[in-house]
Design a protein around this ligand. Sequence first.
Ligand SMILES: [Zn+2]
Length: 243
Amino acid sequence: MPEGDSLHRAAQRLQPLVGERLRAESPSPRAAATGVAERIDGLRLDAVEAVGKNLLLRFEGGVVVRSHLGMHGRWRLERAGAARAGRPWLVLRGREHEAVLSRGSALELVGSRPPRLGPDVLAPAFDLDAAVARLRAAPPSTAVGEALLAQRLVAGIGNLWRAEALWAAEVSPWRPLADLADDDLRRALAAARGLMRASLAGRRPPRRVYRRAGRPCPRCGTPIRSAGQGDANRTAYWCPNCQ
Ligand SMILES: [Zn+2]
């Protein structure tokens, strides 16, 4: 699933269209039914930004479109008039480029920002202490691995960076929030932010535990374990010795 760093990359990719009036259409019947393309057709695109796992397109007149990529969605930038197969969710045509959204999971008009989202771990002004306080607002019995994936607490972290950040911070995904010091949470969040920023800058950090079940922990050699966690049963990866 695309995580926050992928969304920030997509936002960068679409920048050439900012400032242009765009022709919008939704070849996908499901996306056409949202009415989004009709509403924004002919409007000037003022800004594109990633907020957590969402991409927000801000148009003139305060019209904001939110797209969420789900498991398989993708934003591409193509040359205007490029041939393409399939039925994209949204095509935004500028003078020289077209932005194409394929296979998303959500496309809608929103007021200003998606509701109930925590601070974006990749935002320039990300405040570590405020994010720790936000995690503390969750029930104390919540496992930290689940809390890091809860977008209403902190936005942008997905399964891959959750696993890698908790390994880097030497914190087990299974420990309840009540059991952890603020410093532990700060370390885990700082690790997620650092790893995701490196990825965004094109220096994708090596995977230490993610999808490495049964292989030796790079720190202590103990075999990495994996198990489903939380209501969504997303697979957690951890070292049972040093985390
Ligand atoms: Zn280890």
